[in-house]
Ligand binder design. Structure first.
Ligand code: PLP
Length: 397
């Protein structure tokens, strides 16, 4: 078989996109699609948002990069903005979710060593997704994506998600745990929303055992669930929060925010990156964070998300092929009783972009925060009808 010039890391659908506008994206043949995936929770402000376009164009003509060896005023402004919206103390900028998570893992290890723990361990969850670098892949709770990459990075102990007793049990048998690392809502794992007291329970355990509570908000952050960060639905504060995806609306940037003792772990020379937090990335992200605030997009994501969830409940209530309809804000999943892998292709044919996750059984929708109610209605009607036809209840329209 001839080797293709592009490494074979994705099963791609046969469509190529040319341009986008708001919640819509257009392929090279001129067909339009309602983008209910947002490039997997990335383009929260929709495509070609004027504030982001203008910030990128302006900064690209001024200064793209200069190195973290120098003061970068836009990086400082973005750090101030993010600490203000999150209540955290400081930030390290990288270029992706995995890099933000690498920083968090390194903070946890160094925190452990500062407490004379030689082999620090981090509790991570089943079905978690933290990235594809070796450490973040090792933290990820999906055996199939780890297969073939052994030896994995050691120092991770796995607990079932949403199970406080399992975490307590691990702590009874291990005295080297330094942190708990968890997604407030699991994205790749299938839009798994934990019970109401879960994060509070983890916070209490961390306080009792002097552990860092580290939240991976790479997918759930930047307004997606109806708060800037998903933990802000609760009264707790984490010690470390990571984010990426929606932060740059497509321009690559990741952030690891820390607070209190975690914020004092790194010193000069302990961590770094060439590109992370360069002027262009920070200009794009500042435009995103300011727009989310100015246009009240967290509130909009909360109310539109609830409207979409309620509408799906009405359309698909009591159907035997639906296991659960769940989500928070604009992080929405419909779990089917059987595999529904082909639904992403069928939805594309109907002009809607979504994807299937959670072991092939969860229809995942991550619409942009700027989606309007008419577009939401179109999404719900198209996807509900598609699922009914797929399950054999309706004939194809
Ligand atoms: C929760 C979470 N963490 C980390 C990552 C990895 O981010 P990236 O692909 O930017 O490295 C993802 C990506 O899907 C994610 O959903």
């Amino acid at each position: 078989m001839a080797i293709q010039p592009l490494m074979n890391t994705y099963n791609r659908l046969s469509v190529a996109f040319d341009y986008g506008q708001g919640a819509w994206i257009y392929d090279t043949d001129g067909n339009k699609y309602l983008d209910a995936l947002s490039g997997i929770a990335v383009t929260g402000l929709g495509h070609a948002h004027p504030a982001v376009t203008e910030a990128i164009c302006h900064q690209a003509g001024k200064l793209i990069h200069c190195s973290n060896l120098y003061t970068i005023p836009l990086q400082q402004q973005l750090a101030e903005k993010l600490t203000q919206v999150s209540g955290m103390d400081n930030v390290f900028f990288g270029n992706s979710g995995a890099e933000a998570n690498e920083a968090a893992i390194k903070i946890a290890r160094r925190y452990g060593h500062s407490r004379d723990i030689d082999k620090p361990a981090i509790i991570v969850m089943e079905s978690a997704f933290h990235g594809r670098t070796l450490a973040t892949l090792s933290a990820t709770g999906n055996r199939s994506s780890q297969a073939g990459f052994e030896p994995l990075v050691s120092g991770f102990i796995r607990a079932p998600f949403n199970d406080l007793d399992a975490v307590k049990n691990i702590l009874r048998h291990n005295n080297n745990v330094v942190a708990i690392f968890v997604e407030p809502i699991q994205g790749e794992g299938g839009i798994n929303v934990p019970s109401n007291n879960y994060l509070e329970g983890l916070r209490e355990i961390c306080d009792q055992h002097e552990l860092l509570l580290m939240l991976d908000e790479v997918q759930s952050g930047n307004g997606r669930t109806g708060r800037y960060f998903a933990y802000q639905h609760t009264a707790i504060m984490p010690d470390v929060v990571t984010t990426a995806k929606g932060l740059g609306n497509g321009f690559p940037i990741g952030a690891c925010l820390a607070r209190g003792k975690a914020a004092a772990v790194f010193g000069p020379g302990t961590h770094g990156t060439t590109y992370g937090g360069n002027p262009l990335a920070c200009a794009a992200a500042l435009a995103v964070v300011n727009t989310i605030e100015k246009d009240n997009l967290c509130q909009h994501a909360e109310s539109l998300g609830q409207y979409i969830l309620d509408s799906f409940h009405i359309q698909l209530a009591d159907k035997p092929y639906i296991k659960e309809i769940r989500g928070k804000g604009l992080m929405i999943g419909i779990e089917l009783t059987d595999a529904g892998t082909e639904l992403a292709v069928l939805a594309k044919v109907k002009g809607v972009l979504l994807n299937i996750t959670g072991g092939g059984r969860v229809v995942r929708m991550l619409p942009p925060l700027i989606m309007n109610q008419n577009e939401a209605d179109l999404l719900v009607n198209t996807v509900s009808s598609l699922i009914r036809v797929y399950a054999g209840e309706d004939t194809a329209s």
